[in-house]
Design a binder for this molecule. Structure first.
Ligand SMILES: [Zn+2]
Length: 156
């Protein structure tokens, strides 16, 4: 059932005009949006439901190297050298490196007209989103795999 915004009369779904006052009945757009948003959020949650190995890391290491871990997503070379003994920083450096390599591939693909531009733009956006998730995980002291790229382990 829908409710007429004009007079409050309840009308059947699919009715275009109010049976009482004739005002046009608006489809419940908000409801549709809500369920689409809920759908998307469920999908994102599923995508972000990745392995979390925080328990395998030393709490002191995590506390000391959070900043190094987040730098891994900006300039992975810094923690690679500055925190090379930190297992926690290494975890994030690995993911930062995978994103960096994905970025290089995206820029190479960008030389292909149109298709390459589209693919590389989407990839650049995805890389940015993943880097932000990685930075947040690092700040929260979590060794949580990133969606999609987290499975790749380049560094030992
Ligand atoms: Zn009405």
């Amino acid at each position: 059932m829908l409710t007429c915004k004009q007079c409050g009369t309840q009308v059947e779904d699919g009715v275009q005009n109010c049976t009482n006052c004739g005002a046009p009945i608006e489809a419940p757009v908000e409801q549709a949006n809500d369920s689409a948003a809920a759908d998307l959020s469920a999908k994102l949650n599923e995508l972000n439901n990745t392995a979390d190995t925080t328990a395998e890391y030393d709490a002191q290491d995590i506390e000391k190297n959070k900043v190094m871990a987040l730098l891994a997503y900006i300039i992975f070379l810094i923690p690679l050298f500055a925190a090379k003994d930190s297992k926690f920083a290494r975890f994030h450096t690995n993911q930062g490196l995978v994103l960096f390599l994905a970025g290089i591939i995206a820029s190479v693909v960008a030389v292909i007209p149109v298709i390459g531009w589209i693919v590389s733009s989407i990839a650049a956006l995805a890389i940015t989103v993943l880097a932000v998730i990685g930075i947040l995980n690092a700040l929260n002291g979590r060794a949580k795999e990133l969606p999609v790229v987290g499975k790749f382990k380049i560094l030992k």
